[in-house]
Design a protein around this ligand. Structure first.
Ligand SMILES: [Zn+2]
Length: 873
């Protein structure tokens, strides 16, 4: 799964710019502030390694993998929907056998159902393909059961042993909105199955049904043993109005219309998978298709208006599938691969077997792809079809076996498809994301104790895990790394695994004991903090590195860190392998004279805080000579703000034409508000970047920087940029052009006010907000209604600006609108945006009380925590 919050910080840092030009700028800032504030209160250190059943640590109870009393073999479901009541009418036939010990009951998870009846079916028929009528003829006897709205315990009448195969049929009604929430670790927002706009009352929103099983949501819509160490095959029959399309796991076997305008779609998956990966979706979708050379079908389900863009959005999936099949050494193991975009999704995306669900923001028109595609999340979910779906973490505490691989696959794809610089830039952002989380939370990657499985879906399991796999790859080498992954996948194919299984595969392939690596990185919390001092002795002709491991070695450990060190002398580089493995140690490396530069961790692979002071000439040398992205990036970052120094200035001028876009962008941003020596030449270079740079983010940065100069030399550049191919550039250009109040400002705003791109509409909104004309009120409301959640937060800020400048009658009109969004919008950061906008209107009587009530009634844990911290603002 990829989480929406992670998406906010990780996927969009790449479009983050100064000047508010970032999809989630406001919210990203907020999270930074939040983590700093929360630092003192929440530092968790977990050093408990005992795994005794019944032990409760302060992190929560010990979590064993679920004991398997019975093995589920096959599940057949027949489902129909009552849209208005938001109920699922279902029949489940479950084929199972005792796992090892004799059993006289079958215990199932089933949350909040009405059970209509349970019976045992007689003989071994093909229960997957028979009609309901045929099925009912096989009913042998009614079975007794007990049910407490959570656990369904079916009494089998006698004891059966592991050689017996049994079939039970359960008729039930599932009520995903009426599930009792009476236990401490219940998440109030997990429904398993979601009805979107079920009564059709919400204008502009399609009617849809979709599911989200991870972690234990599937048992909200069908009875099952809802644990990741359970696997079964399935048939799902979905009966819907014949105007809808359906999607589920496996292949579509048949579509049977009936006389009443309904249709039953039969989906069949013959390869076993875990219950949390079961899915269905219903709605009006356009479907675009691709095919692999071996005939495997890939399909992309989008809302009809995006049908023509589906290939632009998802069209790299076939190459991705071939790439992953190749490097993982196991051909894509499933029957098809579909991706679907749905409204109001509760995660970023979800890797349901053969049927990945994406949040609606993945749908963009083809022109938006110029500003960035969704390949990272597409690669992430596809990679889960090996790591997660094919070999499954046996318990949520082992989640890095799923998420670290999916996360690292984003790096692998980027490295292969775009290049190493781009992959390393992503790597750096992931590293920062983990380090930010580590300020308030340091726990082992593999967690035997936790309060709520949701807590596993953090930047440890994702970002840190991906970086650990990168270090493992660097340590064992590419051949051994991918060979070990292949061994792991083949050994545990269609089964489950825990972390030691991964270690054993690496040990088997490399012949080396790797307990030290897995122990320090997967089993212990924290990360190394290295302080490095450098000295040169002309007597011994050696450069000396004094290295201290400054992390709290009681809470975490003293790390063993094999790294490479580059020593540059007289324009030539020598590379050395060294091992850092003491709290304090001195490493001496030969150097005929004082080195121009020493780069510790020359391959930029360590997950660590590294502090090594370098002077200006070393940093300049580092930018000019280092081969990898990170040392160049660090050099530019360290030179920031030193433009008065002509040496530094010349490096930054050179970097404005660096081959890699991120470095060009950094260099350009350094010249914001510059008015020093050589200004005219600098301005000319940046104008040229704004007009001709290959990368839209560099062009956008150039426009922002030019605008900061405050002269009007650049008005023609802004005017020209209004017809740039990139929406992102156009959106920045609109902002900057309209600030100058040109004569045609109103015409330009009108020209763009109906753009299909939300960021552009927000830029126009920003201009309209400044004018604060009362007749624009309806325009703001209309745009807000249509806007995707990702941009809606920003648009609410702009709307707030409009309201502040407006008269009280307009302000009053807006209160119920904002209140409605703050209470009911499905996305919590949009709710927060509306709540903030209401905060601008507290002079009006009653608004403070409304806000107080909104805070009190919020159920989303993340937003509740934000209200606790910032509620009064
Ligand atoms: Zn994932």
């Amino acid at each position: 799964m990829s989480k929406p919050q992670a998406d906010m910080t990780e996927k969009n840092t790449s479009v983050m710019m100064r000047n508010g030009f970032c999809k989630f700028f406001g919210i990203a800032l907020l999270f930074v502030a939040f983590s700093v504030n929360a630092r003192d209160h929440f530092v968790e250190k977990d050093t408990i390694y005992r795994r005794n059943l019944g032990v409760i640590s302060k992190q929560g109870p010990y979590r064993p993998s679920r004991t398997l009393k019975n093995d589920l073999i096959h599940t057949r479901l027949d489902v129909e929907f009552d849209w208005l009541r938001q109920h699922v009418h279902g029949t489940a036939v479950i084929q199972f056998k005792p796992h090892f010990y004799p059993q006289n009951t079958l215990e199932l998870d089933a949350k909040g159902f009405d059970i209509k009846g349970i019976s045992q079916l007689d003989t071994d028929h093909n229960f997957g393909s028979e009609s309901q009528k045929e099925l009912s003829r096989h009913t042998a006897k009614k079975l007794d059961y007990t049910y407490d709205k959570r656990k369904l315990i079916i009494k089998l009448g006698r004891e059966y042993n592991a050689k017996d195969t049994l079939y039970v049929k359960i008729d039930y009604v599932a009520k995903p909105n009426e599930i009792p929430r009476d236990q401490a670790d219940d998440n109030p927002n997990d429904k398993g199955l979601y009805f979107i706009n079920p009564d059709g009352q919400e204008e502009g929103k399609p009617k849809q049904i979709w599911t989200q099983g991870e972690t234990d949501g599937s048992s909200c819509w069908f009875p099952t043993v809802d644990s990741p160490n359970v696997k079964f095959t399935q048939d799902i029959y979905i009966t819907v109005d014949s105007t809808y399309k359906t999607l589920s796991n496996g292949l579509l076997i048949s579509q049977e219309p009936d006389q009443s305008g309904l249709r039953t779609d039969h989906w069949k998956q013959t390869i076993p998978h875990a219950p949390y990966l079961a899915m269905l979706a219903v709605g009006d979708f356009a479907v675009a298709k691709d095919m692999m050379p071996n005939g495997l079908e890939l399909s992309y389900y989008v809302e009809p208006q995006y049908g023509g863009d589906a290939h632009a959005i998802f069209g790299r999936t076939p190459e991705m599938m071939a790439f992953f099949s190749n490097i993982f050494g196991v051909e894509y193991p499933w029957e098809k691969y579909a991706q679907i975009a749905v409204r109001d999704f509760v995660a970023g995306a979800m890797e349901n077997t053969t049927a990945t669900v994406h949040e609606e923001g993945v749908q963009t028109d083809s022109r938006s792809i110029l500003d960035g595609n969704s390949d990272a999340v597409i690669a992430h979910e596809l990679a889960h079809h090996w790591f997660g779906d094919y070999v499954t973490a046996e318990e949520w505490g082992q989640l890095p076996l799923n998420e670290s691989f999916a996360n690292y696959s984003e790096y692998l794809w980027s490295e292969y498809y775009i290049g190493k610089n781009e992959a390393d830039w992503q790597n750096l952002q992931e590293l920062k994301q983990y380090l930010t989380e580590a300020e308030t939370k340091q726990v082992p990657m593999i967690r035997y104790f936790y309060k709520n499985a949701e807590n596993m879906f953090d930047s440890h399991s994702y970002a840190k895990g991906g970086r650990i796999l990168h270090m493992l790859r660097k340590y064992v080498g590419d051949d051994a790394f991918f060979k070990s992954l292949q061994n792991y996948l083949k050994t545990h194919a269609l089964g489950t695994a825990e972390i030691s299984d991964l270690r054993m595969s690496f040990e088997k392939v490399t012949g080396e004991d790797l307990n030290w690596f897995f122990d320090q990185w997967f089993m212990r919390p924290g990360h190394p903090t290295l302080k490095i001092k450098q000295d040169y002795s002309s007597v011994t002709s050696k450069v000396q590195l004094k290295i201290n491991q400054a992390q709290d070695t009681l809470a975490t450990t003293v790390y063993r860190l094999p790294v490479k060190v580059d020593v540059w002398v007289g324009g030539k580089k020598n590379r050395y392998d060294v091992i850092v493995d003491k709290t304090s140690q001195i490493i001496e490396l030969p150097a005929a004279k004082k080195p121009d530069l020493v780069i510790f961790d020359a391959e930029s692979q360590l997950l660590a805080n590294i502090e090594q002071e370098k002077d200006r000439s070393e940093l300049v040398y580092q930018y000019n000579h280092a081969e990898n992205f990170l040392p160049k990036y660090e050099a530019l970052a360290s030179l920031e703000g030193k433009l008065q120094d002509s040496t530094v200035r010349n490096v930054l001028i050179k970097a404005m034409t660096d081959p890699y876009w991120k470095l060009r962008q950094m260099a350009i941003s350094n010249f914001a508000e510059y008015d020093g020596e050589g200004f005219a030449a600098v301005e000319k270079i940046i104008q040229s970047r704004a007009r001709t740079d290959r990368h839209p983010q560099v062009r956008a940065e150039a426009i922002i920087t030019l605008a900061s100069f405050g002269d009007n030399n650049n008005d023609p550049v802004f005017r020209e940029a209004l017809s740039d191919s990139s929406y992102q550039v156009v959106s920045v250009a609109i902002d900057k052009y309209l600030i100058g109040q040109p004569n045609d400002a109103n015409d330009v705003a009108a020209q763009f006010e109906n753009s299909p791109n939300d960021a552009i509409v927000t830029s126009v909104g920003n201009y309209y907000a400044g004018q604060a004309l009362p007749e624009r009120y309806d325009w703001f409301l209309e745009k807000m209604k249509r806007m995707k959640p990702s941009e809606k937060y920003n648009f609410l800020q702009v709307f707030g600006k409009y309201l502040i400048k407006s008269k009280q009658d307009v302000q009053r009109k807006s209160i119920p609108v904002l209140e409605g969004i703050a209470r009911n919008n499905p996305s919590y950061f949009v709710r927060f945006g509306a709540y903030q906008a209401l905060g601008l209107l507290t002079d009006i009587q009653g608004v403070a009380a409304i806000r107080k009530d909104i805070r009190a009634k919020e159920t989303e844990p993340k937003l509740k925590e934000m209200y606790t911290q910032f509620g009064e603002f």
